[in-house]
Design a protein. Sequence first.
Length: 76
Amino acid sequence: MTYSNHKKVFKQLKAKPVKLKKFVKHNSPKERSCGRSLKTCQRCGRIRGHIDKYGLDVCRQCFREIATKIGFKKYS
């Protein structure tokens, strides 16, 4: 189970509604008002490596792909 999606286990528990209800109660992530998990990449949804500067809201991998399209130049 990944930290970003706790719903992957639902396929296994569909036949057992009581156990599914208990699983959701104890394993769903709590609602957050601040912190790292609120800022996600707008393109791919990653949480880590987030670039918030200049209102970009993308992760570093996506930034490398789109940097030249949005006007950044690479200096070597």
